[in-house]
Design a binder for this molecule. Structure first.
Ligand SMILES: Cc1cc2nc3c(=O)[nH]c(=O)nc-3n(C[C@H](O)[C@H](O)[C@H](O)COP(=O)(O)OP(=O)(O)OC[C@H]3O[C@@H](n4cnc5c(N)ncnc54)[C@H](O)[C@@H]3O)c2cc1C
Length: 462
């Protein structure tokens, strides 16, 4: 069995953890317990992981979903990303859409001028948490929340389980197949899989987002009595200059416009900061950003209470459970999907999902905004009527067996990731990974030996 040492973990993360051996959980006989075996363990309960666990469990395979937060949904629920964007999502998206729509908690926007089919589903994010749990339970998946999937257990190049860390300490959970849906490829990385991250030339990453909700606002009064936009911006500039407002380090388009991205009148209920230069796999950077952004959120509310009519009783309503992350590790597979494949609407013999969202690149030079015009989208997506396919090979890390990758960290380049990262595509990929894992278990073969044709058949019929 190959285990990653504390020193190796420290070297890979770039963190100075010297002297950390006493503080970090160390595997020994007391803290390592082997619990029940599973057929399939899915690590990460975002759109991809939820879809993977549902499709695996539906086949009767004993399936466990491990999620580090207290709810499932990933970015969809934990970072307030509230719309499935303009591309097919596969069977689990359809199921969740039915569950939401039946309760009046989702609606479809479709404007052929700027959307592609099936359009954009806007949903109630908080409700997606229990409805996803219900779908997982209905499928028969077991769920383990508040648990970090820490690393892969690897024996002779084959992943045989996952070490998880939670209040019970460090535990080895065994499985025939592991699906890495952590979005950062945590498990594949720990198993030694090759990966890329950021721009190949300078390592530049797409912006992260911090979104939060302000509550207790008398919107009617604000609409009636609000100050002119230019006056509000002037006040904001002044408050910033005088040290009452501190935008988080790296905020995109920072002061003088503290509220970037939206005109001031539209922004004061759901605030969203785009932040540059944060590596989602660097815990120190992530933590610093979350601390600064939460402090800034309170400062903004204090500013609003003092200056804006209708905000006298305002307070921070909701803070995200995770930093909104668009770009992270991309695992190297047998083939790498490229931006050119996306633009050409390329199909593959082992294609298992199709997609056509535009290449949505939040990496603009500071001071610019992203032109979301219909022309811009059309110029950055497959030709009208065409979709690109995602081949099964992209879910299989090189030289490691027993492991599938699902979600935005599959084998692709930066431009391709900027299209396939949207939630419907991640759910489609997750569903395909779940079906592949179930076939692998049922037939006693490795994931690499699964016939993609069988995945395609099952994804359409199950
Ligand atoms: C600001 C922003 C706006 C966006 N807008 C849209 C939009 O409008 N429409 C759209 O469709 N997409 C949008 N996206 C993209 C989309 O939200 C993500 O790319 C998508 O959620 C990725 O799905 P995933 O399942 O791969 O990862 P995630 O949604 O990130 O889920 C990963 C899950 O794994 C968990 N996890 C991570 N590591 C571990 C671990 N080691 N152990 C256990 N659990 C772990 C996380 O807590 C999380 O629940 C947006 C993204 C951002 C950041």
């Amino acid at each position: 069995m190959q285990l990653i040492s504390t020193e190796e973990t420290s070297r890979r993360s770039g963190l100075d953890t010297s002297g950390a051996r006493e503080r970090l959980p160390v595997m020994d006989n007391e803290t390592m317990r082997t619990t029940n075996d599973y057929d399939v363990i899915v690590c990460g309960g975002g759109p991809a992981g939820v879809a993977a666990a549902i499709k695996t469990a539906e086949t009767g395979a004993r399936t466990l979903l491990v999620e580090r937060l207290a709810a499932v949904g990933g970015m969809a629920t934990g970072a307030f990303v509230s719309a499935w964007m303009d591309t097919p999502g596969g069977p689990v998206t359809e199921d969740l859409w039915c569950r939401l729509r039946r309760r009046g908690l989702a609606h479809l926007d479709y404007d052929p001028a700027s959307h592609r089919e099936p359009g954009r589903v806007r949903y109630h994010g908080e409700s997606l948490k229990p409805l996803s749990l219900r779908a997982l339970r209905d499928a028969g998946a077991e769920i383990l929340l508040c648990t970090v999937a820490e690393s892969a257990a690897v024996e002779d190049g084959v992943v045989s389980g996952v070490y998880v860390v939670n209040k019970a300490g460090r535990t080895l959970l065994r499985a025939a197949v592991v699906i890495d849906a952590t979005a950062d490829a945590d498990i594949a990385w720990s198993a030694g899989a090759g990966y890329e991250q950021g721009d190949p030339d300078d390592g530049r990453l797409q912006h992260v987002n911090f979104r939060y909700v302000i509550e207790g606002v008398d919107r009617d009064r604000y609409k009636r009595e609000k100050p002119a936009d230019d006056l509000l911006v002037k006040w904001l500039q002044q408050a910033h200059k005088e040290g009452f407002l501190h935008p988080p380090t790296g905020v995109f388009s920072p002061a003088p416009e503290l509220f970037p991205y939206h005109p001031p009148q539209a922004v004061l209920i759901l605030e969203s900061w785009e932040i540059e230069g944060v590596n989602p796999c660097d815990p120190v950077q992530v933590s610093r950003t979350l601390v600064e952004a939460q402090l800034a959120a309170q400062e903004v509310v204090d500013f609003c209470r003092e200056h804006l009519p209708g905000f006298e009783q305002a307070c921070v309503g909701r803070l995200p459970e995770a930093l909104g992350t668009r770009e992270s590790r991309r695992v190297k597979g047998e083939y790498t999907l490229t931006g050119d494949d996306v633009m050409a609407g390329r199909t593959f013999p082992d294609g298992i999902t199709r997609a056509h969202f535009f290449i949505d690149f939040h990496d603009s030079p500071p001071g610019t905004t992203i032109p979301y015009s219909p022309e811009f989208k059309r110029a950055n997506r497959p030709p009208d009527g065409a979709s690109y396919e995602i081949p099964y090979r992209f879910l299989l890390p090189q030289n490691i067996s027993g492991l599938l990758v699902a979600g935005r960290s599959i084998s692709c380049d930066r431009r391709a990731q900027a299209s396939l990262r949207v939630m419907p595509t991640c759910m489609f990929i997750g569903a395909a990974a779940g079906i592949a894992a179930a076939i692998s278990v049922a037939e006693g073969i490795s994931p690499a030996q699964v016939n993609p044709e069988h995945i395609r058949e099952k994804i359409m019929t199950q």
